[in-house]
Design a protein around this ligand. Structure first.
Ligand SMILES: *[C@@H]1O[C@H](CO)[C@@H](O)[C@H](O)[C@H]1NC(C)=O
Ligand SMILES: *[C@@H]1O[C@H](CO)[C@@H](O)[C@H](O)[C@H]1NC(C)=O
Ligand SMILES: *[C@@H]1O[C@H](CO)[C@@H](O)[C@H](O)[C@H]1NC(C)=O
Length: 434
């Protein structure tokens, strides 16, 4: 027994050195001017494994369950830790598809926990928290069914070797979702630590809900919100950030498809066929979301195309999405999740690097896809509907100008663009979201 202790210590020291040097490399990407200065002290500093810690965050979304395993390093100079690494994995469908078979939901989580066991060193398991936050998929389920699923996840957590904190499994509200995504992106882009007042806004498009969050420059933006719910605050570095944020439940991409098809809450799913001029005329198929299966088709005797499709999706946006007073051209918006995925499917951006797009690029490509889909079927039969909805949401919904540039992104410095990182920082730092 005694012989193994020095070996373990050596291993830990090696791990710590590896971790620290990787972190320094990443720092140099963020701050090129200081790169030499920040690498050298790092190497001369003795490795200290107690500075490294891990966290496991599950994102239970409407279309999938994802695990994020973060490796952090405590930092002396700033309040927030340095993020060293993220391991990410996802499984489809989401937990809400198992509303009537909670065992399967438990199985999903158990499978994903294997990723955590592979990533986190065994000695760290006991002090590594596992947390699951559910979003629109579970918000849309009857409360009783959602609770059964959460209880099942709690059981799976309890039987795992990880630390299960109080409130480790819960449904998160849309306000937190928007704020935490904003925190993630501003942390990853270096705007949170720098204590500059310059930040980036976020646009998140999930399956069930969609979020917009930014730090307004004008007082009027806060004063002109339709409900107090559109403003939320959180505290960090002894200062309070007051954000414009809103989560529209039912305006995620999949929920919007349902609403466009007129299938939201509809009865008679066994025999009804839901038609849309956003689908190719001869298309007919089954489509599942949230544990329900729908018969969907194009309109074989009618017209298909962008104009008619736009009228259909407009009903899902008009009178629902509030236009913020200020959406200044000089504040950068990062758009991710389905904004990113559909831009890739439509061939607008590269699936690895993402890129900048103007709002009008979505519109132009939506027109092309919709007006040619009978002759040239797109990769996904829903591409016309999705691209048109995104165009409508940005233009007639939020009121972005066609010339507004969005930064389409999946990862920043190799870390997923998602609220999950913000939720993890909140877990360790109690950012007092209110
Ligand atoms: C390692 O870091 C911890 C926490 O920062 C500190 O308490 C401890 O004294 C350090 N140990 C060494 C050997 O530097
Ligand atoms: C925050 O305020 C406390 C108490 O006033 C002070 O001790 C601490 O240094 C402050 N932290 C920062 C990051 O300014
Ligand atoms: C959302 O949840 C947070 C944290 O649990 C809470 O502080 C906040 O009041 C909630 N907001 C709304 C609008 O329900």
């Amino acid at each position: 027994m005694k012989l193994t202790v020095p070996c373990l210590l050596l291993l830990l020291v090696l791990l710590a050195v590896a971790g620290l040097s990787r972190a320094q490399v990443k720092t140099s990407f963020l701050d090129l001017t200081n790169s030499i200065g920040s690498i050298l002290p790092g190497l001369s500093r003795p490795a200290n494994h107690s500075r490294i810690f891990y966290a496991v965050m599950f994102d239970a979304g409407s279309t999938g369950t994802r695990i994020h395993v973060y490796t952090f390093i405590h930092s002396d100079s700033v309040e927030l830790p340095v993020l060293d690494n993220e391991m990410f994995h996802s499984i489809k469908p989401g937990l809400s598809a198992y509303a009537d078979s909670p065992e399967m939901a438990g199985h999903t989580v158990r499978m994903l926990l294997k990723v955590a066991k592979k990533t986190v060193p065994r000695l760290e398991w006991k002090r590594t928290p596992v947390v699951l936050r559910a979003t629109a998929g579970l918000r849309l389920l009857p409360a009783e069914k959602a609770q059964t699923l959460l209880d099942k996840v709690q059981d799976v957590f309890e039987e795992s070797p990880f630390l299960v904190p109080d409130d480790s499994v819960s449904i998160m509200n849309g306000t937190s979702e928007g704020i935490l995504a904003w925190i993630s992106l501003n942390f990853l882009t270096g705007h949170l630590n720098a204590q500059t007042k310059k930040t980036v806004g976020i646009l998140d498009l999930g399956g069930g809900s969609t979020q917009i969050t930014f730090l307004p420059k004008l007082r009027k933006t806060i004063e002109s919100v339709p409900l107090a719910d559109y403003v939320a605050r959180f505290e960090i570095f002894n200062s309070t950030f007051e954000l414009y944020t809103y989560s529209y439940l039912g305006n995620g991409l999949m929920a919007a498809r349902l609403a466009t098809l007129g299938a939201l809450g509809a009865e008679g799913l066994e025999w009804r066929v839901f038609k849309s001029s956003c689908l190719p005329k001869k298309f007919r198929d089954e489509w599942s979301f949230g544990g329900q299966t729908y018969q969907v088709s194009g309109d074989p005797d009618g017209y298909a195309g962008y104009k008619l499709c736009y009228q259909e999706v407009l009903k899902v946006v008009k009178g629902i999405i509030h236009q913020p007073y200020e959406l200044e051209d000089n504040s950068v918006f990062y758009a991710f999740s389905y904004y990113f995925d559909r831009a890739v499917d439509a061939g607008l951006i590269d699936g690895v690097h993402g890129g900048m797009l103007e709002v009008r690029d979505f519109k132009k490509r939506a027109k092309e896809v919709c007006n040619k889909m009978t002759k040239y079927p797109p990769v996904s039969s829903f591409l016309c509907m999705d691209m048109t909805y995104i165009t409508c949401l940005l233009k007639d919904g939020y009121g972005f100008k066609e010339s507004t540039v969005l930064q389409l992104t999946k990862k920043v410095n190799n870390v997923e663009s998602s609220w999950a990182l913000g939720a993890t920082l909140d877990h360790f730092h109690h950012l007092k979201i209110h």
